[in-house]
Design a protein around this ligand. Structure first.
Ligand SMILES: CC(=O)N[C@H]1[C@@H](OP(=O)(O)O)O[C@H](CO)[C@@H](O)[C@@H]1O
Ligand SMILES: [Mg+2]
Length: 561
């Protein structure tokens, strides 16, 4: 039961954040997103939601204000659950209802009903802790204030402002806090730099450091990632990083950043003819995505893109190799006393060549719908689950059981055969579990892991890029009257509604060698996305455009790009 004091506090606070007329908010692929100027009520209500979630779970919850790779004047808000992952999907309908409640009274009614249904005490006896973070957007500060007021409108809830952060830093803090580990920003840098150093110290003696790639150039998307990478750099030994687009000048995500580089397949601003052949990386606006690239020619900005699929493949190859060493007896026989189910999780946007490659080297590959909340959940079913979206968002997760087995094995080996290949493989796997952000995809920790793996394998960027050749692909956006008219199944590869459309897409796709094409409504933008793949760029472009026309016929497009 909500106390009278609680009711009047929520009513009074909510009335300071009226909902803008004529807008419908939806907790999409990555939380609520919109023009930052109209998000006050949504973020206030997300604060209320986070407080309820914290009371319900009895643990710290995260609230991050960001719109990632979207333009600077957009903003958004998402909630991190106690394990550092995305808020449980079960609460999304409630999040939607809260965000769209027409006034304070409706909001209060919803909160009271939901609290009763979920057994959330609103008597003020329960405590709740919400860690708040925001990126560098101009609307971040007022929205943070709205979030604080939302949290403070639930008696017993405490907002802890962690300052300007990357999204993955906040998720990491929530996870660490709830595990009882050190959880400050300094601790984050300390853990990353220590585990990175550990991997560098484990580079096999016969590996010669590649002379051609002395450093990595990083595009910070003019966002929070560049700034934080400068911080991390101060604590790192053994890696030369040059940060560009760190936000001192230039506009957030404008001609820069991982989303731009991956979708346009061109070099970001600030990179050019002097960088031909060098190893370059790009973060997105809140630093949860990472792609690598090489500038190919001094005369244009065309790049060799090394996307999330190839980062995944690099990690998979390395981890498989370390597991292989651990499972071998000294005489070469397979011991297999360390059961580790290694699983790879991709979405339909993964380049077909990457899936073929991963399967061909004997890995189990499974697919989920778009959005890390789906991939993460699937990856958690394995001892080691590696998931990545093609756009560079992904991570590696280790099960607790596997980590304790590995830890025990490592201790045994440090007594029986310290410094052996087996011992080093176990140490490398443990270091990876510390370096990679297991809460969520993290461009900074991903960057360090890529660098450490390349150094351990003695691979140049070019060698890495040649793991397989990407199939040419094309992505298009179509603006339609109602994107929700499209309903998909089978990890978004088949259109179920409107009826008849899938048959035509299939017929079109069949015309192209190695053709593959699917459409789905975006969860972050008001559009339908079309993805096509084929054996030549011309064919992929053609297939994408033909299917775009089909979408247009069925749904009435208003515009397209
Ligand atoms: C094709 C594509 O890149 N889609 C992105 C994009 O989602 P959409 O639902 O496609 O708008 O933003 C999501 C959040 O960042 C990310 O998880 C996803 O991969
Ligand atoms: Mg992002």
């Amino acid at each position: 039961m909500a106390s009278e004091k609680q009711r009047s506090l929520l009513l009074e606070s909510a009335s300071r954040f009226p909902i803008p007329p004529g807008v419908r908010f939806s907790y999409g692929t990555a939380g609520f997103r919109s023009d930052g100027l109209i998000l006050g009520s949504t973020v206030f209500r997300a604060g209320v939601l986070a407080a309820l979630r914290s009371i319900k779970t009895g643990q710290a919850i995260g609230l991050m204000i960001t719109a990632s790779h979207n333009p600077i004047f957009d903003n958004g808000v998402k909630i991190a659950d106690p394990d550092g992952g995305m808020m449980t999907q079960k609460w999304e309908p409630f999040a939607d209802a809260l965000a769209n409640a027409p006034d304070s009274q409706h909001l209060l009614d919803l909160v009271v009903q939901f609290a009763e249904r979920e057994n959330i005490p609103l008597s003020g006896t329960q405590s709740a802790e919400i860690l708040l973070g925001r990126d560098t957007r101009p609307t971040g500060e007022p929205l943070l204030e709205a979030a604080k007021q939302g949290i403070n409108s639930i008696i017993g809830a405490v907002a802890v402002d962690m300052g300007i952060l990357t999204t993955p830093q906040l998720h990491w803090m929530v996870r660490s806090r709830n595990k009882g580990s050190k959880a400050s920003e300094f601790d984050y840098y300390a853990q990353l730099s220590k585990s990175f150093r550990c991997l560098i110290d484990l580079i096999p003696e016969n590996i010669v450091k590649n002379e051609g790639d002395p450093k990595v150039l990083v595009d910070g998307a003019n966002g929070v990632g560049g700034e934080k990478l400068e911080e991390l750099k101060k604590m790192l030994k053994g890696l030369d990083i040059e940060v560009r687009n760190s936000g001192k000048k230039g506009v957030l995500n404008d001609g820069v950043g991982a989303d731009y580089v991956q979708k346009e397949k061109v070099a970001p601003l600030g990179f050019g003819s002097d960088d031909v052949g060098l190893r370059c990386a790009s973060l997105d606006g809140d630093a949860d995505r990472l792609v690598y690239f090489r500038v190919l020619s001094a005369s244009n900005n065309i790049i060799d893109l090394i996307d999330g699929d190839k980062i995944l493949s690099l990690f998979a190859v390395f981890i498989k190799e370390q597991l292989g060493i651990l499972c071998r007896k000294e005489n070469g026989d397979v011991l297999n006393s360390l059961p580790a189910r290694l699983g790879i999780v991709q979405t339909a946007y993964a380049n077909g060549a990457s899936t073929d490659y991963l399967k061909q080297i004997g890995l189990e590959v499974v697919f989920t719908p778009t959005g890390v909340k789906y991939l993460h959940k699937k990856a958690a079913e394995y001892d080691i689950g590696i998931y990545f979206e093609a756009n560079g968002h992904g991570t590696i997760i280790f099960s607790e059981e596997f980590l304790s087995l590995l830890d025990a094995r490592c201790n045994e080996l440090s007594v029986s055969s310290a410094g052996s290949e087996h011992h080093k493989a176990a140490l490398r796997l443990l270091a990876i579990s510390q370096l990679i952000n297991q809460a969520v995809g993290d461009a900074l920790s991903g960057l360090l892991l890529v660098e450490a793996v390349l150094s351990n394998m003695g691979w140049s960027t070019e060698r890495w890029s040649q793991l397989y050749v990407d199939l040419p692909s094309r992505q298009l956006k179509v603006k339609v009257a109602d994107r929700n008219a499209v309903v998909t199944a089978n990890a978004e590869t088949q259109v179920v509604k409107p009826p008849g459309l899938q048959k035509l897409i299939d017929a079109e796709t069949a015309k192209y060698p190695r053709g593959r094409c699917f459409i789905r409504p975006s969860g972050t933008e008001d559009i339908i996305r079309v993805y096509a793949e084929a054996s030549t760029q011309e064919a992929a472009d053609h297939l994408a455009h033909s299917v775009m026309q089909l979408v247009d016929q069925f749904l009435g497009s208003t515009d397209s790009q």
